[in-house]
Design a protein around this ligand. Structure first.
Ligand code: ZN
Length: 164
């Protein structure tokens, strides 16, 4: 059994007791799961850390490229994963039925409307989205056309076999 010394508590433990970490040579963190979890918990309780993390997330989320990537990922998942679709639909339904949520969303929208930068970004996003939708529609139609041709071809072959 492979073991490793935890650099925090100094105990020798089996590799399974260390979280996986791709960037480390042996593929595991240098702190054992117990130490690592304790550290994460302490970090999350630290208001400075939380504030830094939140600021980082806000920056990410306001980046149109990032949002576009995330949205694209979600669209693919929505189209291919029925469980996910089901969950998302249920979530949206619950949200729509929740007056608090609606109130928050409306407040958000009001605040955003007052923010010129935000409006400019949103307009640019919408423009990009329109372009993309057009592209998706074309791709879809091409795919459909290819399918029809393929079926015709196949049918023709089957007919040919039958008459022989
Ligand atoms: Zn440890």
């Amino acid at each position: 059994m492979k073991t490793k010394l935890c650099t925090k508590c100094g105990e020798e433990k089996s590799l399974e007791e260390f979280h996986r970490c791709k960037s480390n040579k042996d593929g595991r963190y240098s702190n054992c799961k117990i130490c690592k979890n304790a550290k994460n918990k302490a970090r999350r309780a630290d208001p400075d850390y939380r504030e830094r993390e939140n600021a980082k997330n806000r920056e990410y989320q306001s980046n149109p490229d990032y949002r576009e990537r995330e949205n694209a990922k979600q669209r693919v998942r929505y189209a291919n994963d029925p469980d996910y679709r089901e969950r998302e639909n249920a979530k949206n339904k619950a949200h729509r039925a929740d007056p608090d949520y609606r109130e928050r969303e409306n407040a958000n929208r009001r605040a955003h409307r007052a923010d010129l930068d935000y409006r400019e970004r949103e307009n640019a996003n919408r423009r990009a989205q329109r372009h993309r939708k057009k592209g998706e529609k074309t791709a879809f139609m091409l795919m459909k056309a290819a399918d029809i041709l393929k079926n015709k071809f196949k049918k023709g072959n089957d007919d040919g076999k039958r008459t022989k």
